[in-house]
Write a protein that binds this ligand. Structure first.
Ligand SMILES: [Zn+2]
Length: 258
């Protein structure tokens, strides 16, 4: 009975938030890492995107009006990581705030001597537990081109959402068993340490050097490349590619035309 009811509710939400053919086609064309997926993946992505649009609330900052095309572009990219995890994985938040461009924020930290340091930080997105998710529209809209170097702000922030589903942002999303968790920490931890060494040594890296900040940023940065530049990512980080393929239950590197 409950399953039947859920199915009915989902069907109604998908009808209510049906994405027009023309808009869906132009979204896929604008973001080749979406358009290049298999027909089955694209159908599922469209279904999940409608559910996403039904469950989430978009708002624009600084007078930005979030059009249907913008909301669909965000929804479709956000649903890529949950293609085989299901929409419930995003139940922990509702709001998405879209800024026209990157956001400057003032940060403060206190050093070991108790001295407070203030500095300016520039954000293209931010995810907080319970929401809202902040995104820079400029970065979202340029994701087709920036995928060449493995960059994708939407995937990055939604990887943080998945990571935080167990209440802590630590680079470890909820996993099915203690053994899976141990394996995760082993593989991700080893790759992270190696990556940090390469960044510290000034080497050019396929992944965004920002990933060297912490294990949670490394997971988010690796997820970006996994979805938008899977071949380069697999060549460079085979063990990590396999780990993420297991977690996300998909292999972007072998589907469709990518
Ligand atoms: Zn991050």
């Amino acid at each position: 009975m409950r399953r039947w009811w859920q199915g009915l509710r989902e069907r109604r939400a998908i009808e209510r938030r049906a994405i027009p053919d023309e808009l869906w086609r132009s979204t896929l064309a604008h973001y080749p890492f979406l358009g290049g997926r298999s027909a089955a993946d694209i159908d599922e992505l469209r279904r999940l995107s409608s559910l996403f649009l039904d469950r989430k609330e978009f708002s624009g900052a600084h007078g930005l009006v979030v059009s249907d095309a913008m909301a669909v572009a965000i929804a479709a990219q956000a649903c890529l990581p949950i293609l085989h995890l299901g929409i419930d994985a995003y139940d922990g938040f509702v709001g998405i705030v879209v800024h026209p461009d990157e956001v400057q924020v003032r940060r403060e930290f206190t050093d070991d001597d108790g001295v407070v340091h203030a500095y300016e930080d520039v954000l293209s997105g931010e995810a907080m537990e319970g929401g809202p998710i902040m995104l820079s529209w400029r970065d979202v809209s340029e994701a087709g081109e920036s995928s060449a170097w493995g960059y994708n702000v939407v995937v990055h922030e939604f990887a943080h959402v998945l990571d935080m589903a167990d209440g802590v942002a630590d680079g470890v999303p909820p996993l099915p068993s203690a053994a899976a968790r141990a394996r995760w920490l082993d593989v991700l931890g080893r790759e992270f340490e190696h990556f940090q060494q390469r960044v510290d040594a000034g080497h050019d890296t396929m992944l965004d050097p920002y990933g060297a900040e912490s294990l949670e940023e490394f997971f988010a940065v690796a997820s970006e490349a996994f979805f938008v530049a899977p071949h380069d990512f697999r060549d460079e980080h085979a063990a990590l590619y396999d780990l993420l393929a297991g977690y996300y239950r998909q292999e972007p590197g072998i589907t469709g035309l990518m």
